[in-house]
Design a protein around this ligand. Structure first.
Ligand code: C5P
Length: 246
């Protein structure tokens, strides 16, 4: 049963933000979506935003031109259709939620993620989405470290590389894409190295984040654990807000 938490109980009308960071295949997306539904929050997939900017760069033939990408990102209108579950990403009004999941986009997304101008625009956009929606579970690599360091509750999800590879292989198989285990492990190791070594917005455990190893857990068990921590933190914040009321 969904639990609705009133943002009016959070101090100074700030958006109520829960962050989930972690490497590819750690189970973030499925868990973030379920957790958001359970709490009655919106779910923001920030990886989809970096993917959408990359898709646009592929279509324009500018993936190897960081300056062109930096100018182009200012012209892009990135939005979400929140009526869909999970929300669909819109690139200049076009629904690209399927198009951003191709192996080519996955392989090239580092070009957006490494681009400082792109990061600045997307971070700003993510903060505006949080303001607008008021209650958000947001997932990515830098959500707890850079974008929402004051989030009410921060999580870092991780899992064994073998299990992460199996999860990604199964996800892709459902879409008819077959990848060998050796290739997937290699791809994940490459993405981990790229994501962790990024100078700005690199994958790291945020200060105060709760680390959850999902290797041996089902998505349902992870959601239950996260929901328990989130409910505690939200209740604490609500109590603190009540305590300062005149
Ligand atoms: O989460 P997902 O795997 O879809 O993200 C695709 C890529 O986008 C990541 O490998 C990472 O390089 C980048 N990314 C990022 N910062 C975020 C979310 C994703 O750099 N907040």
């Amino acid at each position: 049963m969904a639990q609705n938490i009133s943002p009016s109980r959070h101090p100074a009308h700030q958006p109520v933000v829960i962050t989930l960071d972690g490497p590819a295949g750690s189970g973030k997306s499925a868990v973030a979506h379920q957790l958001a539904r359970y709490l009655g929050f919106q779910h923001l997939d920030t990886g989809a935003m970096y993917r959408a900017v990359t898709l646009d760069a592929i279509e324009r033939g500018i993936t190897q031109n960081p300056q062109a990408m930096a100018s182009r990102v200012g012209e892009l209108n990135l939005d979400f259709d929140w009526n869909r579950q999970p929300a669909h990403i819109l690139l200049n009004g076009r629904d690209v939620s399927e198009a951003i999941r191709t192996p080519e986009v996955t392989r090239l997304t580092y070009v957006s993620a490494d681009n400082t101008a792109v990061r600045t625009v997307l971070v700003d956009c993510q903060r505006r989405i949080a303001e607008k929606t008021g209650r958000i579970v947001t997932e990515g690599r830098d959500q707890g470290t850079i974008v929402f360091p004051d989030a009410i509750c921060k999580f870092y999800l991780d899992a064994d590389i073998d299990v992460r590879a199996d999860r990604r292989i199964n996800e892709l198989a459902k879409k008819g894409v077959l990848v060998t285990k050796i290739k997937m492990v290699e791809e994940l190791k490459n993405r981990d190295a790229q994501d962790k070594s990024r100078a700005i917005g690199g994958l790291a455990v945020a200060s105060g984040a709760i680390i959850v190893d999902t290797t041996l857990l089902t998505p349902k068990q992870v959601v239950e654990e996260l929901a328990r921590h989130a409910a505690e933190k939200i209740a604490e914040a609500a109590g603190a807000a009540d305590a300062v009321k005149p």
